[in-house]
Every structure is written in structure tokens, then in C-alpha cells.
Design a protein around this ligand. Structure first.
Ligand SMILES: [Zn+2]
Length: 279
């Protein structure tokens, strides 16, 4: 299956940073009713666990190189069996150097999306991994995570906050353009300021939809939330709205926690039921 798609003159590539890692499905989807899983179609492991990748999307157009999220980071991540993020190798394999990146667009600021934003030099000093990039965060997301009590107990303090002192953060709202045919789109719920990236070129459209959903079971059950969703009631309506739009227009879409070789595709609606058709 495909890890790359062209939308007019813009190329979107899924880059594996971490995984697949498997988590107990009952811990991630604690609201799932008994018998709701189908191991094969929902890609559960033999042990019934939920496998997921931390994926970064590379968006290349004639005038911009954008990455969406920065994965889990270099590691080793003790909580994840010593995993080390592979993003820099994945970028190099695509011929992209850190200096080439113009925008780092964050869907949101959970730890698995901000890992490579900064690196520490041997003196313990933080430096931006992508030295020529603007780091793009939604205003709502920024205001939420930078509340003093939340900031001091979150990875955002070390992994993101120094970028602001360096003058590298751009705050966005719904529809803020990054480059020709590339703009932000508010999709709140997973976190207060979660945003997607809308890509339009040559009459085609794609939406890079971050963590609007985490597993293919949510196409069939859009109201089922992962326990990672910070506000489950708020997450449901935008998820349904987005799925409706994706299905109605046959808009290409991507989701960062679906497995790497099946996370670009189309949402199909037959009668009242959505399903996922990977490229
Ligand atoms: Zn995530």
C-alpha cells in the first residue's frame, strides 16, 4: 500500500518515526463495548492489542517544504521498550535535510507529536532541529498548554516552549495559510486546539487529519473516543463532521496513528456507515 500521494503539484509522504507499538486496546478504548472489535479489520495484534505508529507527514510543493508533527523524538523512550525515533533517517531517505524544512506544523502538542522539535547540544543547550523553519501551532492549543500549571507538568515546557523565546513560533487560526495551497483547518476535540492541514492543488484536496481518530474502528463508530481524547464529548461532533466531508467529496485524507502503510486513503460512506479505503 502507498506511503505517498500527489495532490496536484503537491506531494504528501508518510514518514515513520516510531512503531508500530502495541497498547492494550482496553486501555486505549475503554468505552468499547464487549464484542466491538474485529481483530482483522481493526488491525489488532494476535494478542488483541492496538498497534500504532507515530507518523510524520512530509508535504512538498514548488514553494514550501512542510512537515506535520515531529513524532516521538530521538529516544531511547523507556516507556516504549527503548524505541528510538527514525524521523531524521526517513527525511534523509527522501532527500530532505533539516535545513530544507520551511514550516513545522503541529496538529497538537501531545508528546508523540513534538519529539524532534528541539535537540540538545552537548552543553545541554536546546537548538531547533529544523533551523530555518517556522514552528506553527494553533493559538488555542498554545494558550491551553502554556497555562502555568499545565506547562510545568507537561513535556511542552522542554520540548516546545523554548521555541517561543527563540522567536520561531507562528500562531495560527482556522484557515491560516502557510504556503500556496496549504493552510490550517481547526479540528478541535482530541485537544482544545487540534488542527489539521488542508492541501489543495490542481483541483484536488487532501486533509492531513492528525489525531481526529486513532483506529479504523472509529470509521464504523465515530462516537467512540480514544482515551487520549482530552474532551470526548467535544471530539465527537468535529470527527463526524470531518468524516462526512471526506466521504462526500472523496477527499484524500491521512491519520497519524493508523498503521504506516495504510494511513493515506479515502473515507467511504455506504448508507449510514463509514469505512476506510487505504490507497
Ligand atoms: Zn498522537
Amino acid at each position: 500500500m502507498a506511503t505517498c500521494v500527489r495532490i496536484g503539484n503537491i506531494e504528501i509522504t508518510a514518514l515513520r518515526d516510531i512503531g508500530p507499538l502495541a497498547f492494550p486496546s482496553s486501555n486505549v478504548f475503554s468505552d468499547m463495548q464487549e464484542g466491538g472489535w474485529d481483530s482483522r479489520s481493526h488491525h489488532l495484534t494476535k494478542e488483541g492489542e492496538f498497534p500504532t505508529n507515530f507518523t510524520v507527514f512530509l508535504v512538498k510543493s514548488h514553494d514550501a517544504t512542510v512537515i506535520v508533527d515531529t513524532g516521538g523524538g530521538p529516544g531511547p523512550h523507556e516507556a516504549m521498550d527503548g524505541t528510538e525515533g527514525q524521523l531524521m533517517d526517513a527525511l534523509a531517505n527522501k532527500g530532505v535535510s533539516p535545513e530544507d524544512v520551511d514550516h513545522v506544523f503541529f496538529s497538537h502538542l501531545h508528546f508523540d507529536h513534538i519529539g524532534w522539535a528541539l535537540r540538545q547540544n552537548p552543553d545541554g543547550e536546546s537548538t531547533p532541529t529544523f533551523p530555518n523553519a517556522r514552528y506553527v501551532i494553533s493559538t488555542t492549543e498554545w494558550n491551553y498548554w502554556t497555562q502555568p500549571d499545565i506547562l510545568s507538568s507537561s513535556p511542552v515546557e522542554q520540548a516546545i516552549y523554548p521555541l517561543e523565546r527563540m522567536g520561531l513560533v507562528d500562531l495560527t487560526d482556522d484557515e491560516t495559510p502557510l504556503a500556496t495551497g496549504i493552510r490550517a483547518m481547526a479540528t478541535p476535540g482530541h485537544t482544545p486546539g487540534h488542527q489539521s492541514l488542508l492541501v489543495e492543488s490542481g483541483g484536488e484536496t487532501a486533509i492531513i487529519a492528525g489525531d481526529v481518530l486513532h483506529n479504523t474502528v472509529q470509521f464504523e463508530m465515530p462516537d467512540l473516543c480514544a482515551d487520549f481524547d482530552q474532551d470526548k464529548p467535544v471530539a465527537r461532533a468535529p470527527r463526524r463532521k470531518l468524516l462526512e466531508r471526506l466521504a462526500a467529496d472523496r477527499t484524500m485524507s491521512t491519520f497519524g496513528h493508523l498503521l504506516i502503510d495504510s494511513n493515506i486513503g479515502h473515507v467511504i460512506k455506504v448508507e449510514d456507515r463509514y469505512s476506510w479505503q487505504p490507497l
